[in-house]
Design a protein around this ligand. Structure first.
Ligand code: KIV
Length: 298
């Protein structure tokens, strides 16, 4: 697969015959390599980092420095999917100048584009970012950074007025220059309305199948996050259970002396062992044959 670009994403409308976009979050280099090898189109270094990696109860505590740190780790894997860095709460709310400076931190950390939450009220920020040559992904509907204002993680766009406001917000973001818009936590038919109204792609999460793509949090789809399971998540694995079983098996092997065995230990050459007066396991010939511990630095 070739490297995914912003113009390549911008035109991906399902109604024009495009395959749905696939986006997944990643927060470090191993996660980025998994997403890359799995063949997704976009990696979002989401501010969900706060909840699924850093252990906070919402996304409000993560800082732009922490987002840059994790974006750097993702970018180090040089993934082919487009890397989108999420602007955290208060990094784009104070001023347009602040917004551009903070977005630049994510771009310099390796993001190709940034994402921000909110509709028409973010238009000045989106315009300034686009002027600074920074591609922007919008995010409307359930915007987790507004948890306190919304009174919790609640489905949005459920009334006629709210659905129409959602369409207007998405159109305003499109007009301001966004290249794609995340639609989170809205009724499927409303997501369809927004998707039909736009000529840029929508990427849904808890927004039904009518979007131009889908995004899930990596830790949710792998079954690593155990505290919260949003109802829209499909778990494709139970890695938390697998990991607990693996660590418990390791602990048992250490406690019984079954780990490490001779093949997992290094051994002296017999003549050296003999000169040291050693016998038995010290000269076991089954160990690794040379002194390279692993290949990364050889
Ligand atoms: O931070 C995040 O992971 C997100 C997705 C849920 C869209 O914003």
């Amino acid at each position: 697969m070739a490297k995914v670009t912003v113009p390549g994403v911008r035109t991906r409308k399902v109604r024009d015959g495009a395959a749905p976009l696939v986006m997944v979050t990643a927060y470090d280099a191993p996660g980025a390599r998994i997403a890359d090898e799995a063949g997704v189109d976009l990696i979002l270094v989401g501010d969900s980092l706060a909840m699924v990696v850093l252990g906070h109860d919402d996304t409000l505590s993560v800082t732009i420095e922490e987002m840059a740190h994790h974006t750097r780790a993702v970018a180090r894997a040089k993934p082919k999917p487009l890397v989108v860095g999420d602007l955290p709460w208060l990094s784009y709310h104070v001023s347009v100048e602040d917004t551009v400076r903070n977005a630049a931190l994510l771009v310099r950390a390796g993001a190709t584009a940034v994402k921000l939450e909110g509709g028409a009220k973010r238009v000045p920020m989106v315009r300034a970012l686009v002027d600074a040559e920074i591609p922007v992904m919008g995010h409307v509907g359930l915007t987790p950074q507004s948890i306190n204002a919304m009174g919790g993680f609640r489905v949005q766009g459920k009334t006629v007025d709210a659905a129409q406001a959602l369409v207007a917000d998405a159109l305003a973001l499109q007009e301001a220059g966004c290249f794609a818009i995340v639609l989170e936590g809205v009724p499927d038919t409303v997501a369809g309305l927004v998707t039909d109204a736009l000529d840029l792609p929508t990427i849904g999460i808890g927004a039904g199948v009518a979007c131009d793509g889908q995004v899930l949090v990596m830790h949710d789809l792998l079954g690593l996050e155990d505290r919260i399971t949003p109802t829209f998540v499909r778990r494709y694995a139970d890695l938390r259970r697998t990991a607990i079983e693996a660590v418990a098996a390791y602990a048992a092997d250490v406690r019984t002396g079954a780990f490490p065995d001779a093949t997992e230990s290094y051994h002296l050459q017999p003549d050296v062992a003999e000169a040291l007066g050693l016998t038995g396991d010290a000269v076991d010939p089954e160990g690794p044959s040379d002194d390279i511990v692993h290949g990364l630095y050889s």
